[in-house]
Design a protein around this ligand. Structure first.
Ligand code: ADP
Ligand code: MG
Length: 700
């Protein structure tokens, strides 16, 4: 403890051994951590590839370090102490011939303090930052000075809490000794696409030779990366094509409409379908006639009128004697669908059931019975629909609204709700996925090779695009005045409260405060409040009041983000718009502009804006086109996050990038088709290497 020069109140530094030290239990701990990364068999380690590399081949003088850059130095410890202000930290000063360097740790072990004993010579690696007291390294890595330097770049792997890079590296190297690195692709194919052998690529990436170009490795332009990306894309294309082939072999009940319900529904509509709606309705109708399950994505921008298209499909299915399930991601949205569909279909004699998690046990049981007996022809609800207990008599069509909001697992569960028919054949329900998040072509092509896509590319007539205004929140009073004018003109407004990601309670509090404040600021206006903590009947009651015009301004958290359709609302105010993502802002803006009135979306922001927030707000200001927004969103966020696969914990593509590797995507597609026709064995070998444990995921 000689290095502790300032120690108050006797809070001794805890002696906690680093996670990687080897005792028998520790071994299994490391194994558990490895498992968490999906690293079980040698094969898994082989393709657990570095996210970056560090250059530890050189020692540089302290004076040559620049802020923002990483570097490695060797120096002598001049001072080292534990400070307690502003918080407990380990602080040290070291020097070499060229200059001095400050080091700081906010969490540390006593072993680190020992390493930093005054007079010790140490090797330090880290990023130089400009701190309050001048340049410093925070949490640098420290080892003893004078040991041999590596001759090649050091890989840095994706890891998890408590699993150090050295232990992970050791585990990978060990696995590489026994793993099968045989090429899955033949020499002719490698030649044709200019690919290097798999084993060579793997060796280069785990142990870059000294002469390899640092930037090629980092930018992933090296032939080794190219090979890996190609392999990954090929595996993806293969499994999507296989999924499609499997689907075509499945049995679905063909659903042909008669001359009654569908025609009656069309005849009663208060509007004429747009040409785009007619076209997609026709595509869906044809799919439903087939004896294998439809798997179609209906995409259409917010407000383009997807619900009626779903209703037409439902009418066709019901008329053919099948049951239809329509599932929405929130109760508010499910309720709205229920009201709308009931309005259209109940007068025509269709039996509708309503099922959500918040129903009383009794009501749920009643609904369950009507569904199981087949009496309920149309079932509208939330996730509750996919609970195991819900049994359908003859489910023929599933509609998922805002499909990207559902987890992969949920989608999978629903598609298994088919009917087991006497005689053994199982009918899989047709499936219609609806989304207002338009998926850019490149994405649709790769992620959804087994999904047919229909697009509504036109809005109903008479809509003028929503005008977007960006307003600093210092001009709040002007916004309130705008609300007041709009209400006096007989229209309605939403006021969306800021997203508070770190705390739901705080978010709720903000909504309550905003409600109070607006009520006072607009004394003659009826201000309502809706948020996720309300009971569902309370939420439903408030939405009903807003729909009927008994509430003028609805203060809301993001519970109203998707799907809500109140045509008389013409003003959307979003507070702290800089905290929302692009897709979310587009969804929010889509809540207005649904009637004939000129609508306005006010995005209030607080300065200073980050670079990315500025880009997002600009995108919102510049365009109302959902496809363009989606394209920019993809650019800013990357495909994994875009598709919501991040929630499922496993992005489909780890190495390839659909935008920058578009050429490889095309080649992989071509080769996948060829292999499936002429060399199934090769296809299977390849899939086995790349798709361990992911097959289910791909099927959705
Ligand atoms: P979304 O595609 O966002 O789900 P909705 O289905 O909620 O859109 O439709 C938006 C609004 O437009 C609804 O009020 C709906 O009744 C109306 N609508 C749909 N199709 C038409 C049409 N062809 N002409 C006029 N209004 C339409
Ligand atoms: Mg909708």
């Amino acid at each position: 403890m000689s290095t502790v020069s300032t120690q108050r109140k006797g809070k001794p530094a805890r002696a906690k051994p680093p996670a990687e030290s080897a005792s028998p239990q520790q071994g299994s701990l490391v194994e558990r951590k490895l498992q968490r990364l999906g690293l079980i068999e040698p094969q898994d380690f082989v393709v657990h590839l570095p996210i970056r590399y560090e250059d530890e081949t050189q020692i540089v003088p302290i004076a040559s370090l620049r802020p923002g850059q990483s570097g490695q130095v060797e120096a002598e410890v001049l001072r080292s102490e534990v400070l307690f202000r502003p918080r407990r930290q380990l602080s040290a000063l070291v020097a070499d011939d060229s200059g001095e360097l400050a080091l700081r740790w906010l969490n540390f072990y006593s072993s680190q303090q020992k390493q930093l004993a005054v007079g010790n010579r140490i090797r330090i690696r880290g990023e130089l930052r400009s701190g309050f007291q001048g340049p410093e390294m925070v949490h640098p890595r420290v080892t003893v000075a004078g040991t041999a330097l590596p001759s090649a770049l050091t890989p840095v792997y994706p890891t998890t809490d408590g699993l150090s890079q050295p232990s992970l590296r050791r585990a990978i190297d060990k696995a590489l000794e026994t793993a099968d690195l045989e090429d899955t692709l033949g020499p002719e194919i490698l030649g044709r696409y200019g690919l290097i052998p798999f084993a060579q690529a793997i060796r280069v990436l785990h142990h870059p030779p000294p002469d390899v170009s640092y930037s090629d490795l980092i930018e992933r332009g090296h032939p080794a990366w190219r090979r890996i990306k190609f392999d990954e894309l090929l595996a993806q294309q293969l499994s999507l094509a296989l999924a499609r082939a499997a689907r075509l072999k499945q049995k679905a009940r063909p659903l042909a409409a008669g001359a009654g319900l569908l025609l009656a529904l069309r005849a009663n509509l208060p509007f004429r379908l747009t040409a785009a709606q007619e076209r997609v309705a026709c595509e869906i109708s044809n799919d439903l006639l087939r004896a294998f399950p439809m798997h179609r994505l209906l995409q259409g921008d917010v407000g383009s009128g997807k619900t009626i298209v779903a209703a037409l499909a439902a009418a066709q299915a019901i008329e053919a004697g099948a049951q239809v399930a329509i599932m929405a991601p929130t109760e508010i949205l499910a309720e709205q669908h229920y009201l709308k569909l009931a309005g259209w279909l109940q007068p025509l004699g269709v039996e509708i059931a309503w099922l959500t998690g918040s129903l009383s046990i009794k009501k749920r049981r009643e609904a369950g019975e009507r569904i199981a007996s087949g009496q309920a022809q149309l079932v509208v609800g939330t996730q509750a629909l996919i609970q195991d207990k819900v049994v359908f008599a003859q489910l023929g069509l599933i509609v998922l609204d805002e499909q990207h909001r559902f987890g992969v697992g949920q989608r999978l569960q629903l598609s298994r709700k088919g009917e087991a028919v006497k005689g053994g054949t199982e009918f899989i329900p047709h499936q219609l996925n609806m989304s207002a998040t338009p998926i850019p072509r490149t994405l649709a092509m790769t992620f959804f090779a087994d999904l047919d896509v229909s697009a509504i590319d036109e809005l109903p007539p008479g809509r003028s695009p929503v005008v977007t205004k960006l307003v600093a929140d210092t001009r709040r009073s002007e916004v309130v005045a705008h609300v007041s004018t709009e209400i006096r003109a007989g229209r309605q407004a939403y006021w969306v409260c800021p997203l508070v990601e770190e705390s739901e309670a705080l978010q709720l509090q903000t909504a309550v405060d905003t409600h109070l404040w607006l009520t006072q600021a607009l004394p003659d206006v009826r201000v309502g409040l809706i948020h996720g903590r309300l009971k569902s009947d309370e939420k439903a009651a408030i939405m009903a009041q807003f729909r009927q015009g008994d509430i003028d301004v609805l203060v809301a958290t993001t519970v109203i983000e998707v799907g809500v359709d109140i045509p008389n609302a013409s003003l959307m105010v979003v507070e702290h718009a800089e905290r929302f993502g692009l897709a979310q802002l587009h969804q929010l803006r889509g809540r207005v502009g649904r009637g004939g009135n000129q609508s306005v979306c006010v995005l209030m922001y607080q300065t200073p804006l980050s670079q990315i927030a500025r880009q997002r707000l600009r995108a919102m200001y510049e365009t109302t086109d959902g496809f363009e927004i989606a394209r920019r969103d993809l650019e800013q966020r990357g495909p994994g996050e875009f598709l919501g696969v991040r929630q499922s914990g496993q992005a489909l593509l780890r190495f390839a990038d659909l935008e920058t590797d578009a050429l490889l995507v095309g080649q992989a597609q071509e080769l996948a088709a060829e292999l499936l026709k002429s060399d199934i064995g090769m296809a299977k070998r390849h899939l086995k290497r790349w798709m361990r444990g992911k097959q289910d995921f791909l099927r959705t």
